[in-house]
Design a binder for this molecule. Structure first.
Ligand SMILES: Nc1ncnc2c1ncn2[C@@H]1O[C@H](COP(=O)(O)OP(=O)(O)OP(=O)(O)O)[C@@H](O)[C@H]1O
Length: 240
């Protein structure tokens, strides 16, 4: 059997010091396999983003074991974390595009640490922007694009290097129904074709069916559920 891309074992996480120290994650245990698309749902403030940033090596694991792409993150030296981050595609809420660069140049930046020449980088960036529906905006600057278009550039940037792991926090929040579906379909295709794992956090019940598996965070504890038992689906009256 192939190794999981993510293995989380009894992870606890705390914010604050001394009397203000507060536990946010409790004994979180989970695995994500290559090629798998996992969607994490859960109420605001339940710890989803905290877990995503721990998995993405953007925050130090404090307790428990966190293995990502074969690397143990607990007590890992920072140079290993830097290396690991190159193999992860991040789509977070603040899309952090560089205003002085065009859409294509922003996407090409993600290829700089990879062994492609300029010409290949340009072709790959254009192909990925086309895949997210931005073929007409390749040379636009962020200021000239809508929120949804900027989000799509950020998604193209995260996916262009075919990362083994994609972590996405509300990737469809700024998108209309069709664009939202398109981008999650692109992520799903990447997972299936390249054996990458995709873990995405969403409140968008229109995309839950894209997942192979659903997990739910509540008060810092993680549980699995079936799509027809989804708390979001039930809320929206689409259960069953
Ligand atoms: N840097 C921090 N310092 C202290 N507390 C924090 C910090 N970051 C998050 N928290 C707290 O940790 C808890 C979990 O936050 P987190 O952002 O992980 O939740 P979430 O499930 O992603 O919420 P949302 O769906 O609103 O994004 C919240 O109570 C939050 O206030």
């Amino acid at each position: 059997m192939t190794d999981p891309i993510i293995t989380i074992d009894h992870v606890n996480h705390y914010f604050g010091k001394g009397k203000l120290r507060k536990q946010i994650l409790f004994e979180v245990t989970a695995e994500v396999a290559p090629g798998e698309v996992v969607i994490m749902t859960g109420p605001s403030g339940s710890g989803k983003t905290t877990l995503l940033t721990l998995i993405g090596a953007l925050r130090s694991t404090q307790e428990g074991s966190m293995r990502v792409l074969g690397e143990e993150l607990l007590k890992a030296p920072s140079r290993d974390l830097v290396e690991l981050r190159r193999n992860i595609g991040y789509i977070f809420q603040a899309h952090n595009l560089l205003g002085s660069l065009t859409a294509k140049q922003n996407v090409m930046m993600a290829l700089e640490v990879h062994p492609f020449n300029k010409h290949e980088q340009q072709d790959m960036a254009e192909a990925m922007l086309t895949a997210v529906g931005l073929s007409d905006h390749i040379n636009y600057y962020p200021d000239e694009m809508s929120g949804g278009q900027k989000q799509r550039v950020a998604i193209a940037r995260a996916l262009v290097s075919n990362p083994k792991l994609v972590l996405a926090d509300e990737p469809t929040a700024a998108l209309d129904k069709k664009s939202g579906r398109d981008v999650v379909e692109i992520m799903r295709r990447l997972a299936k074709e390249k054996g990458s794992a995709v873990l995405l956090v969403t409140h968008d019940n229109r995309i839950l069916d894209v997942a192979d598996r659903l997990i739910n965070m509540e008060d810092g504890r993680l549980t699995s559920y079936q799509i027809d038992q989804s708390p979001l689906a039930q809320e929206a009256g689409i259960a069953g």
